[in-house]
Design a protein around this ligand. Structure first.
Ligand code: AMP
Length: 221
């Protein structure tokens, strides 16, 4: 692919960004870069930043942009060494306006600005709260079980049979905090892309398949 496809996914917590990102990654053979996943890996390092990340993320607060920017730059630099790469998906990196601006700068820097799609998966606050309080995580394989459709009935992981648990930042207090952060910090990011005429809006309150279909339609345009 001459112009690498770069997809930036936005949406409130629980909107299904991660799920759609993985479907898109598979379909177009894109590298998936999820800020939450990379931070969860990073916090396993027992050093100062690892420990601080644990506290900040448990409270549902945002990690400072300089940490985010450093982690993303390291990843992008790695990807630059892969000339056969089709593109990549950025999930969760643009939670604050300054991060969106830094991402624009990095995409310019790495010459990846030609084929960027910015997709917002939209769901209401209530839907977001319900999905987060009820979704589960497999203790053994780490798989996320969303609180939608058939998945609601699962008692054990459908892939490995492991025990299903809640994520530490999926507790009501932390969820409220994350929803507030979204309203205060991420709404300006959405406006920033909207003003530039770059925002693609998708209704996230549908089945996983239909959200995916809608995304594919907009990517064809
Ligand atoms: P997620 O798995 O995407 O819901 O992210 C989990 C947590 O990681 C968030 O609640 C934040 O504490 C932190 N985080 C992830 N991405 C960012 C970001 N771009 N800026 C600041 N904090 C972030």
């Amino acid at each position: 692919m001459k112009n690498k496809l770069v997809i930036i996914l936005l949406g409130p917590p629980g909107s299904g960004k991660g799920t759609q990102a993985k479907l898109l990654a598979k379909k177009f053979k894109l590298e998936y870069l999820g800020s939450g996943n990379i931070l969860r890996q990073r916090r396993k390092k027992g050093n100062f930043t690892g420990k601080r990340l644990k506290e900040v993320m448990r409270r549902g607060e945002l990690v400072p942009s300089f940490v985010i920017s450093r982690l993303l730059t390291d990843k992008l630099e790695e990807l630059k060494n892969r000339p056969r790469l089709n593109g990549f998906i950025l999930d969760g990196w643009t939670r604050i306006l300054v991060e969106a601006e830094l991402i624009d700068e990095s995409l310019d820097w790495y010459e990846w600005q030609k084929n960027v799609k910015i997709i917002l998966i939209n769901i209401s606050d209530k839907e977001s709260f319900d999905r987060l309080t009820k979704r589960k995580n497999c203790k053994d394989c780490g798989r996320f079980i969303p609180w939608i459709g058939e998945f609601k009935k699962l008692k054990r992981c459908d892939k490995c049979g492991g025990l299903l648990i809640s994520r530490a930042d999926d507790k009501p207090k932390a969820i409220k905090k994350r929803l507030e952060e979204f309203k205060e910090e991420t709404k300006p990011v959405i406006d920033y892309y909207k003003k530039q005429g770059r925002l693609i809006k998708i209704n996230g309150e549908q089945s996983i398949e239909n959200v995916f279909k809608d995304i594919l339609k907009t990517l064809k345009k």
